[in-house]
Design a protein around this ligand. Sequence first.
Ligand code: SAM
Length: 267
Amino acid sequence: MPNERFDAVAAAYRDAGRLQARIAFHERFGGDVPDLHRRAWDRIDAPDDARVLEIGVGTGKHWRVNRDRVPPRWRATLTDRSPGMLDEARRALADTLPNASFEVADAMALSFEDASFDLAFAHHMLYHTTDPSVAAAELRRVLRPGSALHALTNGAAHLAEVHALAADVATAWPHVRVDTPDALSFTAENGATCLGAAFDHVERVVFDDALLVNEAEPLADYLASLVYIDDDALHGPVRAWLAAFARERLACGALVVHRACALFIAS
Ligand SMILES: C[S@@+](CC[C@H](N)C(=O)[O-])C[C@H]1O[C@@H](n2cnc3c(N)ncnc32)[C@H](O)[C@@H]1O
């Protein structure tokens, strides 16, 4: 049953499985469009020997897809609130960033000294914090004056077609919890206002495109990543239902799924 005290963010990122299913979905259906983290990297302007902070590193995808252009003298500190995600990032980036340090850290209260970084990344994570403006102020504090924060986020229309299917899942299974994006607190639409309270300059770069989803299994996997089931006996039936639901949805043709993202560069 939906539970008011359920910590959806902690549950989603206890380990890397749910995020990996979502990343695989984008990789599978992204077509020829360059990866979002690669397009965002194009906008970096930082010294060759920069001290770089990432909060909410997740699986480390940002670094993996840009491994051919990480400046060798950068000193990277990669953090996440979830020890499970940090373990996955440490494992996944062992070759790409052998000298990086990995630390558990909550964006809401960073333990780093003032002005200790030349660049910070907060990709697809500020909307998970209880108050993004507090996290923004913390990021501003630990950045050297004039240094930039790069933060990717989603817009209101992002994956709307998948979220409509998730609403159908919730209707069909009222006793399981299904995540919806309703509560996003930091979006492509409000991000500039939120960061503008802490930073002098905020630039917004819009990345809108679409996926053509024509295979049921990755769609069922994505939907499963939004579902939380307390009752073990329901796992099998829900999973089978999701597979059939995805097949049925695609039987009459591919599903066009719009992506609406924005990169904020704040300094
Ligand atoms: C959607 S994933 C994004 C991962 C990665 N930045 C990317 O773009 O692929 C969100 C990550 O933020 C982490 N996270 C959520 N709330 C956080 C917080 N308050 N402080 C630090 N990390 C947090 C989660 O554990 C998860 O690994």
